[in-house]
Write a protein that binds this ligand. Structure first.
Ligand SMILES: CC(C)(COP(=O)(O)OP(=O)(O)OC[C@H]1O[C@@H](n2cnc3c(N)ncnc32)[C@H](O)[C@@H]1OP(=O)(O)O)[C@@H](O)C(=O)NCCC(=O)NCCS
Length: 390
């Protein structure tokens, strides 16, 4: 990376600007932050992954934007990158207390990074405080942004100071486990649950979208607060699954990448329990310290009531997730911010699990662009689950 030979500029210098990296600068950034986020892969594979992820259907054509803080008097490819990040665009529903739902967009900030050479000088903070208001109107032709989000891996304080306030950040964690039952040779792995493949997701995501639209309206009306949701659409799920596919092709070259993307219980529409999941690798396979996890991207109990029948259905889909975690040498299964009903159901499943309140990692954080304070007491975030992570 180009380095400063003279004195470094102050982070408050009015001359510093946000810009977008050139292809060569992106490579420089990835070479540097590989140590932070790529330890499951070789440097070469990490660069290949990042290049690939910027060029898949949900992110190409502006779905992802790379940002850098630079001194604009210096030429591209020869200017030090004082700090960098990216923003990913997703679709949203927002409802005001009247219950009128508007569709819009949200930009999720990820991969916030400063080179060790430039840390502790306020450059990341400067970049983010410039970026916050920009994201309010960024790509406004695609829709209105009522808020922006990020997932902090450095606790709650840093981003709170910059205006991204912490929201619910808990999860349930279950150990991976061998499948308790097989239906024999037909590909099903647990009694009472059907496996979900790529071709099943379109219909379920569309169903979920209309369900969530109603939930957002209902929540805003009943709480008298604005309610927001990021939409777990097929494109968002595809992003996770292509990422997973890439990782598995590198980490398990001898295996066909996973085709099982979730599970759905028995029952008529309106009474089922369903999950969509993705295997995430942070470090070497089969090493507990890596924290590799099968994340439930989205969990829906279609008839959210605490009954024995629903507990059995939940158990059947979770057992598929546990078996898939085992199959792919992943330590645990996690589902973010499950509802109180799901917590009640879990107790009845008899499955072993922990409830974790995260204080440092993946702190879901939101900057509100509307009226009012925009904190966890004043904005309801419906369906705050792993699928929205970026
Ligand atoms: C986090 C990071 C981007 C900060 O960059 P920076 O340019 O040094 O940031 P700033 O100078 O604006 O801010 C420094 C502040 O960040 C805090 N900070 C830096 N790393 C931190 C960490 N891991 N945990 C908690 N706080 C941290 C410092 O304590 C300091 O706090 P202060 O302002 O109260 O003194 C940089 O340390 C980095 O690239 N880290 C590795 C990648 C990473 O973890 N990114 C964040 C993902 S959410």
């Amino acid at each position: 990376m180009a380095n400063y030979t003279s004195e470094l500029p102050l982070a408050s210098a009015p001359t510093l600007k946000l810009d977008h990296p050139t292809p060569k600068e992106k490579l420089e950034i990835w070479r540097e932050n590989w140590k932070n986020w790529g330890s499951a892969l070789s440097l070469e594979d990490y660069i290949e992954r990042e290049t690939h992820l910027a060029d898949i259907p949900p992110t190409r054509d502006g779905g992802v934007t790379h940002w850098i803080l630079i001194d604009p008097t210096l030429p591209p490819d020869a200017r030090p990158i004082l700090s960098c990040c990216e923003s990913l665009r997703r679709r949203t529903f927002v409802s005001l207390p009247s219950g009128e739902v508007q569709e819009g967009i949200v930009h999720g900030i990820g991969s916030v990074f400063s080179s060790p050479l430039y840390r502790g000088r306020g450059y990341a903070a400067r970049m983010l405080s410039d970026l916050g208001p920009i994201l309010n109107t960024w790509q406004k032709e695609a829709g209105k942004s009522h808020f922006s989000i990020l997932y902090s891996d450095i606790g709650k304080k840093y981003y709170t100071k910059l205006g991204w306030l912490p929201f619910a950040s808990s999860h349930i964690s279950l150990p991976s486990a061998a499948s308790p039952a097989t239906n024999g040779g037909n590909g099903d792995k647990a009694e009472g649950a059907k496996l979900l493949y790529e071709e099943d997701l379109k219909e379920l995501c569309e169903l979920d979208e209309s369900y969530l639209r109603n939930e957002v309206a209902k929540t805003a009306k009943s709480t008298h607060k604005p309610a927001v949701a990021i939409i777990p659409d097929q494109s968002t799920m595809t992003w996770h699954h292509l990422r997973e596919r890439f990782m598995c092709s590198k980490l398990f070259p001898q295996k066909t990448p996973p085709t099982i993307h979730g599970a759905i219980s028995t029952g008529a529409p309106g009474s089922r329990v369903r999950i969509v999941f993705s295997r995430v690798f942070y470090g070497p396979v089969a090493n507990a310290k890596s924290g590799n996890t099968l994340y439930i991207l989205r969990l829906v109990v279609e008839d959210e009531t605490d009954t024995d029948e629903n507990a059995q259905k939940l158990k059947s889909v979770l057992q598929v997730a546990q078996a898939e975690a085992k199959e792919w040498e992943v330590e645990s299964v996690a589902a973010w911010n499950v509802s109180d009903v799901v917590k009640g159901l879990l107790k009845r499943t008899g499955l072993e699990y922990n409830l974790v309140d995260r204080e440092n990692d993946s702190i879901t954080s939101l900057m509100w662009y509307g009226d009012g304070k925009g904190d966890v007491d004043n904005v309801e975030w419906v369906g705050n689950e792993k699928f929205a992570w970026c």
